[in-house]
Write a new protein. Structure first.
Length: 348
């Protein structure tokens, strides 16, 4: 009797031959339903779908539930969990040492806008080429839900305590200080967040992405403006986004005037479809104005607020050569003895 065996189904791989499992990390220990978990899922999908080599990614974070999340994606990548609010300095050093890495910072609103505000400022000012995701829940989740500096005026804690301070809007701050890609999204908006993340992967400069990411344990009640229900009622989508990677043909049948096409550094395209508002995301002043306007109307504006593909990065400004410092032989990075001797002589 002959037995026929059906071959196992072929494993699904991306364009560099890796399976999605190669982009996952350890099992999450965050609360079920936490927005941060959805963002981790989007990171896994986007890096897999674009075929980014995971071992060429350097993950950075500070301290917080959000900053724990790099353990839950890209397990084959490099990672550095820094001190609270000090991730930008570590990331800047790492990107200077090895420009061939793709830098991915994941942080919280407390990590960025409270203790780490000064570090964030300098990262933006320098246009360090990396992705900087703020998982914004308006509270310090890890330390049991105190207000952070992004909590809205008039919002309340679960206990009823009122926030009487105005918030920092991380997108407005990033725009003011010179960021070259600024976007806001919501952890529950899969399609929009994917398009934004993919564009950030292609961007040569600092990408600041503020993602409203509800904390189900401490900030998902009626008085919160970072809850799932508040976002459902107050999210206002600025533009519809479509990302076309450099290795895919772009369709040409676009009605003129409706879509703005931005070519990214690696040849990919971000296609931005205007919605109700006539909005130009290459105009920084318009971006600041639209944020002010949304604040007054109690809208949470999501989409791409600003994109500038022409500004030099920190590595360009420092005239860093094409080779990563970390890969140069010692003969090229250590001054010869004669130069050191001369320096010592001058100090005598
Ligand atoms: C120097 C220092 N100060 C304070 C703390 C306590 N602490 C740990 S996490 C955190 C806030 C985290 O909030 P956020 O960055 O918003 O992350 P989330 O937990 O909300 O994701 C604080 C204040 C610390 N770990 N180190
Ligand atoms: S405490 Fe809040 S921020 Fe932390 S894991 Fe739980 S839901 Fe997420
Ligand atoms: Mg937080």
């Amino acid at each position: 009797m002959s037995t026929t065996t059906t071959p196992p189904p072929a494993k699904k791989v991306n364009r560099i031959g890796l399976e999605v499992i190669n982009y996952k990390g350890s099992k999450t220990t965050l609360c079920a339903g936490c927005g941060h978990n959805s963002i981790s899922e989007r990171i896994v999908e986007c890096f897999y779908e674009l075929g980014v080599e995971p071992y060429k990614v350097a993950k950075f974070s500070g301290i917080g539930c959000s900053s724990k999340s790099p353990a839950y994606f890209l397990g084959l990548s490099h990672g550095f969990n820094a001190v609270h609010g000090r991730m930008p300095a570590i990331a800047t050093g790492a990107m200077l040492a090895n420009r061939n890495m793709l830098g991915l910072g994941v942080t919280g609103d407390g990590d960025t806008a409270s203790i780490g505000l000064g570090q964030f400022m300098h990262l933006v000012r320098r246009n360090v080429p990396m992705i900087y995701i703020i998982e914004d829940n308006g509270v310090y989740g890890l330390t049991k839900g105190q207000f952070s500096a992004t909590a809205d005026l008039g919002s309340t804690l679960k206990t009823g305590i009122l926030n009487d301070l105005p918030p920092f809007d991380c997108c407005a701050l990033a725009l003011k200080w010179g960021a070259t890609f600024v976007a806001r999204s919501f952890s529950g908006d899969k399609k929009q967040l994917q398009a934004i993340l993919k564009t950030a992967i292609s961007h040569n400069g600092l990408s600041v992405i503020d993602v409203v990411s509800p904390c189900v344990t401490f900030n998902d009640h009626d008085g919160s403006t970072k809850s799932y229900s508040y976002m459902k009622e107050h999210e206002y989508t600025l533009n519809e986004l479509d990302y076309v990677p450099f290795y895919e043909e772009i369709a040409v049948d676009i009605p003129e005037g409706e879509i703005m096409d931005v070519q990214m550094h690696d040849g990919s395209h971000l296609r931005i479809r205007k919605l109700e508002r006539d909005y130009d995301p290459t105009n920084r002043m318009a971006a600041l104005a639209v944020l002010e306007d949304s604040l007054a109307k109690h809208e949470v504006l999501t989409g791409v607020l600003y994109v500038d593909t022409g500004k030099p990065t920190f590595l360009d400004l420092l005239n860093m050569g094409p080779d990563a410092l970390a890969t140069l032989p010692e003969s090229q990075i250590r001054p010869p003895k004669s130069v050191l001797d001369q320096g010592m002589e001058e100090l005598r």
